[in-house]
Design a protein around this ligand. Structure first.
Ligand code: AMP
Length: 468
C-alpha cells in the first residue's frame, strides 16, 4: 500500500477536513500519484479502472484549483464529461461531499432531466459542469452554454465513451474549447483509438497507470459456472441461495434478458429490481436509490445502465452472460471488491459463449476458476434440508418442493422445462425447439450443465420479499 497521506498531496485544509469526514484514511494509489500533478496544472492520462478512487483523484484537486476565480453566466470554468447519467450524477455527489467547505457552483447536464432547471443553473454561472456528451451538445446548440471559458476539462471513462459511440461528440465538444487548458483523461483500457485521442487532446501529459490495463482487482474472487442457456436462471437461483449474497448486480448482455431475468427471480420469490437504458430517468433513479438503501438487494442490469453505479461494499457481481466485449468483464466485476474490500464475481457461461470467454482470459491473462454447478446445487439442497421452511411458496401452486433427487432423474427435468417455458415471454428465435432431453449422465463433461436436480425453494430471508 502507498504510505502517502492526504496531507502530503498539497490539498487545502478545507478539503483535508472534508476528506477526513468522508472517512478516507489514506489516498489510493491513483490519488497519491495524480493529485500533485493536477495541482501543478499538468495534463494527465490516467489508466485506472473504477473502484480505484479515480473520481476523487480529479475532483479533489479541481475543487482547490477552482477555489480562485468566479464563473460567468453560461460560461462554465470546468467541464467533466461522463459517458452515462449515473456516472455523471455520482461525480456531482462527490463534489458535494468534498466541496462542502468551499463554495463552488455546479450543474449537472444529463438526459431525462428538465432543460429549464438546467438552464437556470447555467444562467447563474457554474464553476463545474458535469455532463454527458449528447445533452451538453443539445444545450450548446440551443445557445444556452458556451465552452470558450473552460480552463479544465476531464474526459472520464474514455474507453466507455468509445464503446458507446460518443467519440465524435467528444471531439466536437473539445473543438469548442480554448486550446490552452488543462485536460485530464481517464480510461480503464487503452485501445489505439484512445491513444490517438490522448495525443489529440492532451499536451505533454503525465501518464499514470495504477493497475495494468484491463486487470481485474485482486480483491475480487472470480468463478465460472459452465451451464447451458436454458439452465441459467436455475443456476443463478442456486448461486443466490448458496452464496453469502448481501447485495448483487446481475449483468445481462441484452435489455430483453434484463426484464426476463428480473421477472423470473421475482416469480421465484427473490426481490429484484431492474436497470436498463430504456427506463426513464425517474425510474432509474428510484430503482438505484432503493438498491443503495438496501431495500432491494438484487439488481439485474445492462452494462450501460450499471456503468455509474458506485455502491460501497457490493458483495457479488453475477454475469448472467459472458460479456461480448472483454473490457466489459473488467468493468462489470469492478463493481465489487471496491476500495480494497473483498468481492465475489461469478459468471455463467454456455458452450457457445466460449469464444468470448477466451477473449476475457486473453485480456486479463487469468484463468477463471471453475465452480461445478452440481456442487452448488448440492449445497443448496443441504441448506434446504436443514433450514426450517418458514415461508409459504408463491406462484399459485406450482409443485416445486425441494427434491434431493438423484442426478439425472427425468421428472425434475420435465418440470424444469415447464418452468422455463412459462418464464420466457417469447421464445428467442435462435434457440432450438425444446425437445425431450436425455437424462444427463456425464457430469465430468466440461461444458455440461450439470444435472438439473430439483432445487428447493428456500430463498434466504434477506433476498426474498416479505410474506403478505
Ligand atoms: P471510484 O474509483 O472513483 O469510483 O471510487 C470507488 C470508491 O472508493 C468510491 O466509493 C469512493 O467513495 C471510495 N474512495 C475514494 N477514495 C478513497 C480513499 N482514499 N479511501 C477510501 N475510499 C475511497
Amino acid at each position: 500500500m502507498d504510505e502517502t497521506s492526504f496531507k502530503d498531496l498539497g490539498l487545502s485544509d478545507e478539503l483535508l477536513r472534508a476528506v477526513s469526514e468522508a472517512g478516507y484514511e489514506a489516498p489510493t494509489p491513483i490519488q497519491a500519484q495524480a493529485i500533485p500533478y493536477v495541482l501543478m496544472n499538468r495534463d494527465i492520462m490516467g489508466g485506472a479502472q473504477t473502484g480505484t478512487g479515480k473520481t476523487a483523484s480529479f475532483t479533489l484537486p479541481m475543487i482547490d484549483i477552482l477555489a480562485q476565480g468566479r464563473a460567468r453566466a453560461r460560461m462554465p470554468r470546468s467541464l467533466i464529461l461522463e459517458p452515462t447519467r449515473e456516472l455523471a450524477a455520482q461525480v456531482a455527489e462527490q463534489f458535494d461531499i468534498y466541496g462542502k467547505y468551499q463554495k463552488l457552483s455546479k450543474a449537472l447536464l444529463i438526459g431525462g432531466v428538465s432543460f429549464d432547471d438546467q438552464d437556470k443553473l447555467l444562467d447563474r454561472g457554474v464553476d463545474v459542469l458535469i455532463a454527458t456528451p449528447g445533452r451538453l451538445l443539445d444545450h450548446f446548440e440551443r445557445g444556452r452554454v458556451l465552452l470558450s471559458d473552460v480552463k479544465l476539462l476531464v474526459i472520464d471513462e474514455a474507453d466507455r465513451m468509445l464503446d458507446m459511440g460518443f467519440v465524435p461528440d467528444v471531439e466536437k465538444i473539445v473543438s469548442l474549447m480554448p486550446k490552452i487548458r488543462q485536460t485530464l483523461m481517464f480510461s480503464a483500457t487503452m485501445p489505439p483509438v484512445i491513444r490517438r485521442l490522448a495525443d489529440q487532446f492532451l499536451m505533454n501529459p503525465k501518464e499514470i497507470t495504477v493497475s495494468p490495463p484491463a486487470s481485474t482487482a485482486a480483491t475480487v474472487s472470480q468463478s465460472l459456472v459452465a451451464v447451458d442457456h436454458k439452465e441459467k436462471r436455475n443456476a443463478l437461483r442456486s448461486l443466490l441461495k448458496s452464496e453469502d449474497v448481501k447485495n448483487a448486480l446481475i449483468f445481462c448482455n441484452r435489455k430483453r434478458d434484463v426484464s426476463i431475468v428480473q421477472q423470473s427471480l421475482k416469480r421465484h420469490g427473490f426481490e429484484a429490481g431492474a436497470l436498463h437504458g430504456d427506463m426513464d430517468q425517474f425510474q432509474r433513479t428510484d430503482t438505484l436509490e432503493a438498491f443503495k438503501k438496501g431495500e432491494i438487494r438484487l439488481l439485474v442490469c445492462s452494462d450501460v445502465a450499471a456503468r455509474g453505479l458506485d455502491i460501497e461494499a457490493m458483495s457479488h457481481v453475477f454475469n448472467f452472460d459472458v460479456p461480448i466485449n472483454a473490457d466489459d468483464y473488467v468493468h462489470r466485476i469492478g463493481r465489487t471488491g471496491r476500495a480494497g474490500r473483498s468481492g465475489r464475481a461469478i459468471m455463467l457461461a454456455a458452450p457457445d459463449e466460449k469464444r468470448y470467454l477466451d477473449m476475457i482470459i486473453k485480456l486479463t491473462g487469468l484463468e477463471i476458476p471453475r465452480l461445478e454447478l452440481k456442487d452448488v446445487q448440492a449445497a443448496v439442497i443441504e441448506a434446504d434440508t436443514e433450514a426450517p421452511r418458514t415461508r409459504g411458496r408463491r406462484g399459485g401452486g406450482r409443485n416445486n418442493k425441494p427434491k434431493p433427487s438423484s442426478n439425472g432423474s427425468e421428472a425434475p427435468l420435465a418440470r424444469k422445462a415447464e418452468a422455463d417455458a412459462e418464464e420466457t415471454p417469447k421464445a428467442p428465435k435462435a434457440r432450438k425447439p425444446r425437445v425431450a432431453r436425455k437424462p444427463t449422465q456425464d457430469n465430468n463433461n466440461k461444458f455440461n450443465e450439470g444435472s438439473p436436480v430439483g432445487l428447493g425453494d428456500h430463498v434466504p430471508a434477506f433476498l426474498s420479499r416479505e410474506p403478505k
